[in-house]
Design a binder for this molecule. Structure first.
Ligand code: SF4
Ligand code: SF4
Length: 345
């Protein structure tokens, strides 16, 4: 069956229609920085300014701070009150392919080994509607990480800009079902399909930053104890944590209890392996020196994560490059890892 399309001027109507079934989230600058927020029911100005968000869409499913449960101290110990699971149906509109891949990576993290009920309850009721890029940033290197800026297998529906319209690709059964229930869409013509192909190719070629990741896992493992190299890599980092907190695949969180008299609540909030007090165990953070923490960040994404899940936990979204206050650049670091693997000996 032919793909559908929607006119750009009808996007508000489309979101309005989907709002009858879902809590719709869309790009917004309401808070002062670009992020995916609950759609206000009218604003589609993001179609003009949106390249990507500063705060990644993971915040919709793994909020910066989240209440886990409440407790009261009684005579026989603590009574625990768990909040009802957040199973509201939500639709995230406008997610970029790099961030949708990041969501698939987070799914692996939160589904395997330990099932995270907070994340999974929200995730299973979420529809992802991707929006292809037209104007990638200089810092983007998604095409080197197996992601294409206007194509995605990680969303339910994918919209591609073909001028006055968006062509809509149905990627999953969930997406197909949603389109079947959506009115007001037009059939895409052969000409629209040709324009789509052209748009995808054109934007793919606009991503000019490249990164060669061949053999990176083994190179990192072989250079793990090269302190001189990691000292050099970490030299200018100021441990602000931005590159990890705003990375769409990072998921570390800290847990704190807020207690007033006999009752309180347990919260979790984003944390960063770049912080000196991260993982402060009964003794100390085993990564006291900055170079050990920077090494952990790089090796986790490009070495340890692929050892477990066979995928690099970086999608080339470029946020850590764009937003680092001292211009630390992960692509330069990866390129500079010495090759001390067996093959080179
Ligand atoms: S954003 Fe830059 S300075 Fe901040 S922790 Fe990351 S690399 Fe270091
Ligand atoms: S490591 Fe940097 S480029 Fe890679 S996904 Fe995280 S923020 Fe994006």
């Amino acid at each position: 069956m032919a793909n559908k399309k929607v006119s750009k001027k009808d996007i508000a109507k489309l979101l309005e229609q989907w709002s009858q079934q879902f809590a719709v989230f869309a790009p917004s600058k309401e808070s002062g920085v670009a992020e995916i927020l609950k759609w206000d029911g009218k604003d589609t100005s993001f179609l003009d300014w949106y390249r990507n968000t500063v705060i990644p869409p993971k915040a919709s499913l793994l909020p910066q701070m989240e209440e886990m449960f409440r407790f009261q101290k009684g005579d026989d110990g603590y009574n625990i009150e768990t909040p009802p699971k957040d199973e509201n149906k939500r639709l995230i509109f406008g997610i970029r392919p790099c961030d949708a891949r990041a969501m698939s990576i987070l799914d692996m993290t939160f589904e395997n080994a330990y099932e995270d009920p907070y994340y999974l309850a929200k995730r299973k009721n979420t529809v992802l509607v991707g929006l292809g890029c037209t104007n990638p940033c200089e810092s983007c290197f998604c095409t080197s990480m197996g992601v294409s800026p206007a194509e995605s297998i990680d969303v339910d529906l994918m919209l591609i800009d073909i001028g006055g319209d968006f062509l809509i690709e149905e990627v999953t059964g969930k997406g197909k079902e949603l389109i079947a229930k959506t009115s007001g869409l037009q059939e895409a013509t052969k000409e629209d399909e040709a324009k789509t192909k052209q748009a995808k190719e054109m934007v793919y070629n606009k991503v000019t930053r490249k990164l060669d990741t061949k053999g990176i896992k083994d190179r990192l493992l072989a250079s793990f104890n090269d302190e001189e190299f990691w000292q050099k890599v970490a030299a200018k980092c100021i441990s602000c944590g931005i590159c990890t907190l705003l990375c769409p695949t990072c998921y570390c969180f800290d847990i704190n209890d807020e207690l007033v008299k006999q009752e309180g609540a347990r919260f979790r909030s984003w944390d960063s392996c770049g912080f000196p007090n991260y993982t402060k165990m009964p003794m100390e953070n085993p990564r006291q020196e900055k170079w050990r923490r920077v090494r952990q960040k790089v090796c986790h994404k490009y070495g340890f994560y692929p050892m477990t899940f066979d995928i690099i936990a970086c999608t080339g979204c470029g946020r850590c490059i764009r937003l680092c206050p001292v211009n630390w650049d992960i692509t330069q670091v990866i390129e500079s890892v010495p090759d001390k693997t067996e093959a080179k000996k």
